[in-house]
Structure formats: C-alpha cells, structure tokens
Ligand binder design. Structure first.
Ligand code: FES
Ligand code: FES
Length: 215
C-alpha cells in the first residue's frame, strides 16, 4: 500500500508548470530547427535576366533580382558617373533617366527595367562634345566638389523636357497657361537634387540657360 502523503496543492502546481514548460521548450526547439532546415542556403541568389537599352546600346544582364539599378550601373557595368549619396532616395545624386523620366536609381530595382531605355550621364555627351546641360553647368560654374553634379545634370535634362511638354509643378500658378520657367519653378523642379556645397544659385542659372537654349 502506497503511504506517500499527497503533495500539498502548491507543490503539485509547481511540478505541473515545470513539466509543461519543458515540453513547450522542446517543441519550440524542434519547430525552430525545422524552420531553418527548410530555408534555402543563405547565399542562394535569385537571378533574373534583364534586356534593356543603356545609353542607346542594347544590354543584357543576368543579375540578382534584389540589385538596384544604381548598383548594377556602378558594380556590374562599371559606369561610375552615377553617384551614390544616401542610397535611400533623399539626395538625387543617383538620378538617371528611364524612358526619358528621371528616377532615383538607388530606389529602382534593375530587374524591373526589362525593355526600358536607360540613360546615364555617360550617355549624354561625347568626349570633346558635351551635352548643352553639361556645358551650361561648366560655364555657370554650377558645382564645387562635383559629387551631386551628374544627378543635377540628368535632372536638368528631364526638367527642360517636362516644361516643354507643359507638365505643371507644385508651384505652377496657372495650370491652364503654358509653364513659365521662373526661378521658383526651377528650384521646385530641382528640389529632389541636394547640393551639399550649396551651389544652388549657379545651378538655377545653368538650368535656365539650358531651357532658354543659351548653353
Ligand atoms: Fe539615390 Fe541619394 S543615392 S537619392
Ligand atoms: Fe558638391 Fe553639389 S557640388 S555637393
């Protein structure tokens, strides 16, 4: 006959909790191990093929689908003219044109560009024959360190086309009249391009020269 006295209620409760805790912990360990065993190898890349036009030339790239256009340009294609400033869409140093529209290449996945027409600063002018926007920036001394300049120039090229097409901006007063390119319009339309050297006065002058065909 078992004469072991029954546990007082508080001890029984403690044993129950320890037992269920151990079971829960081992279950968690098993499901954790299972979860990680089902993951693909950490370094496995999901590559994709992209066919697009770059500065007028057809290009085909096989790349990781997570690569940005900026990194593809600089690290895969060796085009260092497009600059990486913030890498998060805040400075505009990485501005390039996609189908004639400016984009932040640091926020654009290269894999999304299949069939598109990409233009970078390298595709604007030729050696000894700069694009009018490049000439205007030099003539107006619209740079100091030059780090932001490729992005500024690309934005300027797109801006002039936007104004010619009659696209209004946030500061356009009369949406029915042709856009008048005031300094406020230029500043607003170039506001995505930060110049840490503060060459803004001369940048506005250079953009105006390009828009008015003086460069
Ligand atoms: Fe792309 Fe700054 S590097 S916006
Ligand atoms: Fe230096 Fe613009 S010229 S950041």
């Amino acid at each position: 006959m078992d004469e072991t006295p029954p546990d007082p209620p508080s001890n029984a409760r403690r044993r129950f909790l320890i037992g269920t805790g151990a079971i829960t912990t081992s279950l968690a360990a098993v499901s954790h191990a299972e979860y990680f065993s089902q993951q693909p190898p950490a370094m496995q890349a999901y590559t994709t093929k992209v066919v697009f036009k770059l500065n007028g030339e057809p290009r085909e790239l096989e790349l990781d689908s997570r690569v940005t256009l900026l990194d593809a340009l600089r690290e895969k294609l060796g085009l260092m003219g497009t600059k990486k400033g913030c890498d998060r869409g805040q400075c505009g140093a990485c501005t390039v044109l996609v189908n004639g529209r400016r984009v932040n290449s640091c926020l654009t996945l290269a894999a999304t560009l299949d069939g598109d027409d990409v233009r970078t600063i390298e595709g604007l002018g030729k050696s000894g024959e700069p694009h009018p926007a490049q000439r205007a920036f030099v003539e107006r001394d619209a740079l100091q360190c030059g780090y932001c300049t490729p992005g500024q120039v690309m934005s300027c090229v797109a801006l002039v086309e936007e104004v010619r097409a009659g696209a209004p901006s946030a500061v356009t007063a009369d949406l029915r009249a042709p856009v008048s390119l005031t300094d406020d319009e230029i500043r607003e339309r170039m506001s995505g391009n930060i110049c840490r050297c503060g060459a803004y006065v001369n940048i506005v002058a250079a953009v105006r020269d390009v828009a008015e065909g003086k460069a």
